[in-house]
Design a protein around this ligand. Sequence first.
Ligand SMILES: Nc1ncnc2c1ncn2[C@@H]1O[C@H](COP(=O)(O)OP(=O)(O)O)[C@@H](O)[C@H]1O
Ligand SMILES: [Mg+2]
Length: 421
Amino acid sequence: MPPKSASPFWPDHPVPPEAFAGREKEIQRLLERGIVPAMHEHPGAVFIEAEYGLGKTSLAQYVQTAARTRYGVPGLYVSLGTAETPDELGRRILRALEEASSVDQEGFGARIADLLKDLLPDRIQLTFFGVSVDWHRLTSQDFAAVRDVQGMGGVLRRLLGLKTKNGQRSWPAMLLVLDEINGIAKMLWFAQWLKGFIDFVAIHRIPVFLVVCGTPQRRTELIHAYSSVGQVFDVLPLSPLDASQTRTVYARALASADMTGDAEAIDLMVTWSAGYPRIVQIIGDAAYWRDKDGHVSREDVRLALDDAVMEVGRRFVDHQIVDALHSKAYRGILAAMAGEAWQRGRLWGSPFYLRDLRAMMPDMPDYTVRRFISRLRALGAVVPDLEEGRGAFRFSHPMIEAYLSLMGQSLVTPPTVARRG
Ligand SMILES: Nc1ncnc2c1ncn2[C@@H]1O[C@H](COP(=O)(O)OP(=O)(O)O)[C@@H](O)[C@H]1O
Ligand SMILES: [Mg+2]
């Protein structure tokens, strides 16, 4: 076994297409009901809606690759990150163009480089890899070309070769991805921009398919800001991966690192991760580093689970919540909940009930159970489920649920099993 160098897991990044698993239906829908119609001059827009860590970016990027290889449709991926103003939107789009100019320098990249040369004649330098923009010299005027709807429409027309009336299209269509709309979603101007953009490409039949990625909360904010934006999107919600998709992630990653795993060990990872893509990757990565002989055993996975609990707690969960769970009684409750969730195959985000907690732990004083709930409520980890009525609760965020559930499971797992080999 050579020394470990690069993990085949992607706990911190969108998964690259070769390690991507599952989501077949979603991919098919995006290609057949988004890309293909756009190629026939029926532009459209989809909102990929899911909580953080469920795989929105990975899916959008996978579809970008698939559109390119299967249909010859190039894409532009724009991360809006912390953008809040129209200028910043313009800047992010220009950045995405700059980046894309270095890919595929014969075809689409070269077209983008030409476009940037025209848009920003004395603000760019030609480099070995496409063009590079002098960011510090850009002024608000420089963003104008992409910041407003007409400008952006014109840019897309040029990229596609539609600038002249009888211009031959150079590419059958284009995919435009707007990711990470967090900062911008509640801005009225952005909601209007989106609606205006989608209307503009529809009226002018510009062959573009728009994909926007965000959480349910962001979509609500958008609609709240400007209600008619709700009508122009199809919504594509993402759920956790199912067990067989999750198994594929592990099998593919291990094989790509020339490793193997006990079926039982892989089953444990599948169960513990509950198919939540970020947790799938965090557990896999921890198991990769725990393993010493190229064969992931049950014991490797058990140790990896403890690492994963630490990792998730440290990175994604408020330390007050982590601290609150030092109490032995609270850990007992979590272990019972995890065991129950296992048995019932309870879905992420589904409610749990005070009466069930009590029934699970008949020996635990009632006030301990109640205090557990109110402590987690005070910390914002648990919220009452109003639809289900009194005594029903749910976790405020899947990452918190994942953490609490991992923690619970690490407590119920039988200790050390003899190591293979
Ligand atoms: N289909 C998939 N197969 C394997 N891993 C995935 C898949 N989708 C997402 N992941 C992994 O899950 C994590 C979250 O993915 P990401 O695309 O960044 O989610 P989001 O954009 O919704 O926050 C990353 O670590 C990524 O590598
Ligand atoms: Mg993302």
